[in-house]
Write a protein that binds this ligand. Structure first.
Ligand code: N01
Length: 549
């Protein structure tokens, strides 16, 4: 890499991030013969799985599905021991992929991209890092992740706290031993719900500070039986193809055929009980056709889970506090847990309602809410992320025409397909806002985007185009479509990170595409087949390759 005083290093494509999307982009673009360079802020590969090392961290998509499909050898040789992969297991897998395909030699670790500027004369991006180094490429690919910018509330007093504090999304690599400590966990999303049962087993006392009760279902994690693994592997190619014909990118769940309102109460209870026993969120939400479309239908499933909470938690007041009352089930990411509700039956666990009595300050010895003081030795912020737009907005992305990402997304993200933005030529996003990424099997979503981007580059190379840019009209239509699709569902009713509600001051815009993977992929493929409809290409050039090999 060059320093500011020397010529920038030249690449065909710069990739920002070496998580699951960035790694596959290195692999795929190399196979096109491009010279690529990835910059990664972390000291290793894995993105979300590198940073989120909190106790109990596990994927909520089954491990046989949550894996790459691009190499059949890879998917045949890897052995997943459990139904849901643990963070260490998934990180081991991602590292294996990096080694197996020799991806590390194109990654600069411990290097955070600070700025990316487009020059229209040369149709190139110039990227500057926190090391002060500069690199130039025709294409810039943001593989920055959707849940990669951890956020904690701005309570006064944290600097003076005498104990230790942690964020689930930035967990120490050596782990944390809470034995004998008084611990406070703030936040009851997936990260809080996964870590709480484990911290409770270690801590002298655990206080859970809950603002909004969330729905959680049993994961029913278990070892994968060898015959099941063999059968799955025998069908891998067909299953992967079939996954693209589903709404969420995972095959094997028969679509529902009936409205919850057309079933009798007894029939519904039998259906929900069976799904509860099976474990997992997809099959539960797939019980009926309209659980995410009709409030009345949804309420039948919401109330089923509330009844389970009341039946599990001994203390009636605690049970009631744990019963979600502010959003329909599934409209926030549905959580999968292992003995979450049971944890509140322990003598050393107290649930504190901070919706009615908010946290006012962190004190030197703990924290203070509107009505009480809590003595704590450690605080865990399980308070989530500036989701979907946070990581890209942390980079100063601009063009020489004076357009910046800060201005472009001031009122919420605007993209075409979640892949490109009008005004930002040659800048691609992997699973950007207004694509189905976070509402689907994320690795499949990354592969689909990277394949689309690689095919697009191939198209440009064959024709000698110097650049590609989304047209404003196509982007406007896509943003409108995204909103219309979301408005037909119950999703916008929840104050979730899908609408940025967890970040004070963030514009309330529904960010993921919820029209389903199947419809989305068809649209992407059609657009490509029609000569990249809605995109315009820049001038033809003699020498398409930008960087010498
Ligand atoms: O974050 P969250 P997360 N004062 O935003 C609370 C994925 N993921 O890290 O709901 C008090 O969901 C906030 O309260 P409220 C998955 O997609 C997957 O848990 O805003 N409380 C909420 O309870 C997931 O959805 C896996 O009222 C505050 C919590 O903090 C996404 O990552 C595992 C607060 C944040 O919940 C994010 O999950 C982990 C404040 N000022 C994560 N600010 C699996 O695969 C926030 N909160 C299983």
């Amino acid at each position: 890499m060059s320093t500011p005083s020397s010529e920038p290093a030249r690449f065909d494509a710069i990739i920002v991030g070496a998580g699951v999307g960035g790694l596959y982009a290195i692999y795929r673009l190399r196979r096109l013969g491009l010279k690529v360079r990835a910059f990664e802020a972390a000291g290793g590969v894995g993105g979300t799985w590198y940073w989120n090392r909190y106790p109990g961290c596990r994927c909520d998509v089954e491990s046989m599905e949550y894996s790459y499909s691009f190499s059949d050898e890879l998917q045949q040789e890897w052995h997943w021991p459990e139904r849901y992969g643990t963070q260490p297991e998934i990180l081991r897998y991602v590292n294996h992929v990096a080694d197996r395909f020799d991806l590390r030699r194109d990654i600069e670790f411990n290097t955070r991209v600070k700025q990316a500027v487009f020059d229209s004369d040369s149709s190139t991006w110039t990227v500057t890092t926190d090391k002060g180094s500069v690199a130039t490429a025709r294409f810039c690919i943001m593989a920055t992740g959707n849940l990669s910018t951890p956020r904690r509330p701005n309570y006064p007093g944290l600097d003076g706290f005498g104990g230790k504090w942690y964020h689930t999304g930035l967990w120490p690599h050596d782990g944390v031993d809470f034995t004998g400590l008084r611990v406070g966990v703030i936040g009851t999303g997936s990260s809080g719900v996964q870590s709480i049962p484990i911290i409770a087993r270690q801590a002298r006392h655990l206080y859970v500070f809950q603002r909004t009760a969330n729905f959680s279902l049993p994961a029913r994690n278990a070892p994968i039986q060898p015959d099941k693994e063999r059968a799955h592997k025998a069908e891998y190619p067909e299953r992967r193809r079939a996954a693209y014909d589903t709404p969420f990118g995972i095959a094997g769940y028969p679509p529902p055929v009936k409205s919850a309102l057309d079933a009798s109460e007894a029939e519904r209870q039998r259906a929900y009980e069976a799904k509860w026993a099976e474990g997992g969120s997809i099959s539960f939400l797939y019980s009926y056709t309209d659980l995410l479309l009709s409030k009345e239908a949804n309420e039948t499933a919401s109330e089923f889970v509330r009844r389970k909470i009341r039946a599990t938690v001994n203390d009636a007041k605690t049970a009631e506090l744990l019963c979600p009352d502010s959003h329909p089930i599934g409209t926030k990411r549905l959580i999968l847990d292992t003995e979450y509700y049971e944890t509140y039956n322990r003598g050393n666990v107290t649930l504190v309602d901070i919706r009615s009595k908010p946290i006012e300050a962190i004190t030197p010895v703990g924290l203070r809410t509107a009505d009480a003081e809590y003595a704590l030795d450690a605080i865990v912020f399980a308070t989530g992320f500036d989701a979907m737009t946070g990581a890209m907005k942390e980079i100063d992305i601009r063009t020489d025409a004076g357009v910046s990402i800060e201005d472009k997304w001031e009122d919420g993200p605007r993209t075409y397909l979640g892949i490109m933005m009008a005004g930002f030529p040659n800048l691609f996003m992997i699973t950007g806002p207004q694509s189905p990424g976070v509402k689907s099997q994320m690795i499949l979503a990354c592969e689909q985007h990277v394949d689309w981007i690689a095919d697009c580059m191939q198209h440009m190379r064959e024709r000698g185009f110097s650049c590609i840019e989304a047209e404003e009209t196509a982007e406007d239509a896509w943003v409108r479509h995204n909103n219309e699709v979301a408005d037909r569902t119950l999703y916008p009713l929840a104050n979730s990170w899908y609408v940025g509600a967890n970040i004070p001051g963030k514009p309330r815009v529904f960010m993921p595409y919820v029209g389903g993977v199947s419809a989305y992929k068809k649209k992407c493929d059609e657009i490509a087949c029609n000569g990249y409809e809605g995109f315009r290409f820049g001038a033809r050039i003699e020498e398409w390759r930008f960087a010498a090999k």
